[in-house]
Structure formats: C-alpha cells, structure tokens
Write a new protein. Structure first.
Length: 387
C-alpha cells in the first residue's frame, strides 16, 4: 500500500492594518482632544468589530463597536468623547468616540483584534511637544478618514536675529606713524587728510552719517555701496596745533543712533621760513654795514623769519669766515639780531623763542676791517631750528 505524505504549510498573514498617528498631549483640554488614528493599507475593507485598544492605563481602554468598518486604503479615527463638538474645523469627524487614557510622560497604544491578537503597537517615552501628534516623530496633527483627508503643508521659518540694524565695522584715517599706537599725523600748512567709514546695513535702515571734528560738523554722503556695506569718505582740513583731537562719528536712523569716537594726534612740527637766500653787499674799508629786516615774510626787501610749525622754536646760526683767494674777514666782524637777542657770529648764535606763526625781523651788522684787501669775499650762514 502506498502512503501519501501531505505537508500542510501554514503561512501567517501579516496585517496591513496599523496605528498611524497618536495625539496623546493635545493643546488645552486633555479630556476631549486625544485621538488614535488607524490606517488600512490593504485593498479591501476590514471589519473592526470588537477590536480592542489597550493603553498603559487599561488592557481594554476602548472596544470598537459592532459593524465598525475601515475601508481599503483609508483611515479610522478613534477619539475622546466630545471630540466632534470641540475639534478645529479642519479636523475630520471622529469615526468612534470613547474616553481613552493616553499617558503624557510615556505610554503606549496596542491595537488587538477580537481574539486579543496584537495587530499594531506605538509607544513613546517622553511628554513630547504639546499640540503635536506622534507617528514615530512629532508633527503638526493631521487626522484623516475615508471622508476627509487633511493636507499637512509645512512652511519653514528662517529667522536671523542681529544685534543692530546697522553697525560701524571700520573707521580709517591716514596714520603716518604706524610704529606708534594710535593715529599720528604730521602737520603741514593747509594740509588735508581723508576719513573713511564702512557701515554694514543689512536691513537698509541707515539714514545718514554725521561727523563732528575740529569744532565742525559734516553730513557724509555714500562714496561706495557693495552688497550691504556702505562706505563714506570725507576730506578734512587738518588743524596745525600739536595736540590730541577727538573725531565723533554718528550713524543714525529714525529709531536709533550709533556713536563711535576715534582719537588722532597731530604731531609736533618744527618748521620755519626765511624770505632771503642771498645777501649782496658793496662796501668800502672801515665801514659798518647795517641791514635791517621787518616782520613781513612777504616783503622780500627786508630779511624776515617765520615760525611755520606748531611749536615755539629757537633759531641757531653758525657762520663761516668770509674768504677770497688772498684774504679773509673773521667772524667777530659779523653780528646778527633776531627778536630780542643780538650776538657775534664768532660763536654759534641762539635766538630768543619765536612763537607759532610769529614773524620776526633779522638784522645783520657787518664791520669791514680797514686793513681788508679789496676783492670779492664769499661765506655762508647755517640756519637750524629747534624747539
């Protein structure tokens, strides 16, 4: 007798019914806005009669009523009692209302069939974010069912908080002595120097820039605009006095003012001007020749020296013998007078103090020795200024 061996292979069915979304920590009321959303991925309807909702609070927290049907590729919404009366307008109507007890600080939901077999489970371990539902991550709630599907559109918000609507990022002046700290400028008569300011104005709220310098006020105009950086420049007349100065920069709009102060040092300048560079004398032996100056540097017919620096100075003069090919006239025969001092040029001459911008006459006195030989004599005066 032949024996027939029959193998019966049992293949478990995998349900496409799952818990899709849970709202366990709604905004406001906890008694009527919690929900559990199921989703049927199958192409056929499923009868949910006597299906069980288990939570961390109760093994049978809710039991679905007879003839509860979830349609193919559709949703089934289980909510707290009173959900339909309190929900936002854009939420769908509940498919079944029964008070559930979902934990805010950790919990779970299990969907069981009418034989208590586990169909789907979702659990969480923290209180989440109030008002956001949970589907493995926290999202804006989007409960749906077969009648209405809520479309969840997310709009990203990118906000950059800045300290100020505008900020001064660079102030530059001509620093003529970079070895020393700060800004040093060497003075000159009628000298000008450039001030440059860069301001970042990301929101384009800057209305203007004022500069207060050397007892004057200026409104600056934009010299250059590159991206959101505005560059302002101004050519300023440099004071001649040797001292420290403050330059105040004020950037302003309707609602705010931003002030910066920089310091510059006008350095000491020792400088002078003489309106002659040559003295021509025609004299006979034994005579005293007197050449008188005046206090007008622009007269050119009488010797004058002017202090063109910014500190008081003294003039030092050193002379060399007047000589020709055969003879010489010694220095003790030459005298000079500047200001209140007069001296013989046999030694280095030192003048009295000459103030800033002061013009002082120079007087020369030449005694021609009676025994001098006739002829042309040549010599030089070396003039040095010091404070």
């Amino acid at each position: 007798m032949k024996k027939i061996l029959i193998l019966l292979l049992l293949i478990p069915m995998v349900s496409a019914l799952r818990i899709n979304e849970v709202m366990y920590n709604p905004s406001g009321s906890e008694t009527n806005m919690e929900f559990i959303e199921l989703y049927n991925e199958d192409d056929f309807d499923i009868n949910l009669s006597d299906y069980i909702i288990e939570t961390q609070s109760y093994e049978e927290d809710a039991i679905l009523p007879k003839n509860s049907i979830i349609k193919a590729n559709s949703y089934f919404l289980i909510t707290d009692t009173g959900f339909n009366d309190n929900k936002p307008d854009y939420y769908p109507m509940s498919d079944y209302e029964e008070q559930c007890n979902l934990g805010n600080t950790g919990g779970y939901v299990i969907l069981r069939d009418n034989d208590s077999n586990e169909i789907s489970k979702m659990e969480w371990d923290d209180e989440g974010i109030e008002g956001l539902s949970y589907d493995g991550d926290y999202n804006f709630p989007s409960p749906s069912n077969s009648v209405f599907e809520f479309k969840n559109n997310l709009i990203e918000i990118n906000l950059e908080v800045i300290d100020a609507d505008f900020e001064i990022i660079l102030i530059n002046v001509s620093d003529e002595n970079p070895i020393m700290n700060g800004n040093q400028i060497y003075p000159e008569i009628n000298k000008k120097f450039n001030l440059s300011i860069e301001i970042k104005d990301s929101l384009n709220t800057l209305e203007g820039v004022k500069v207060q310098a050397f007892e004057q006020e200026f409104i600056l105009e934009i010299f250059q605009l590159e991206n959101d950086v505005k560059t302002f420049t101004k050519e300023l007349d440099l004071p001649i006095d040797a001292q420290d100065y403050d330059i105040k920069i004020l950037a302003y709009s309707d609602s705010k003012e931003l002030e910066e102060v920089i310091h510059i040092e006008v350095m000491e300048l020792v400088s002078y001007e003489i309106d002659i560079d040559e003295i021509d004398i025609l004299a006979s032996k034994g005579k005293l020749i007197e050449i008188y100056g005046d206090d007008d540097i622009n007269s050119y017919d009488a010797p004058t020296i002017k202090n063109t620096g910014n500190v008081p100075i003294k003039i030092y003069i050193k002379s060399f013998n007047l000589v020709n090919e055969e003879s010489s006239i010694k220095l003790e025969n030459l005298e000079i007078e500047i200001g209140s001092k007069r001296g013989n040029l046999s030694e280095e001459f030192e003048s009295s103090l000459i103030g800033v911008n002061e013009e002082v006459p120079i007087h020369f006195f030449f005694s021609i020795p009676s025994n001098s030989k006739a002829g042309k004599y040549f010599g030089e005066l070396q003039v040095i200024a010091s404070k």
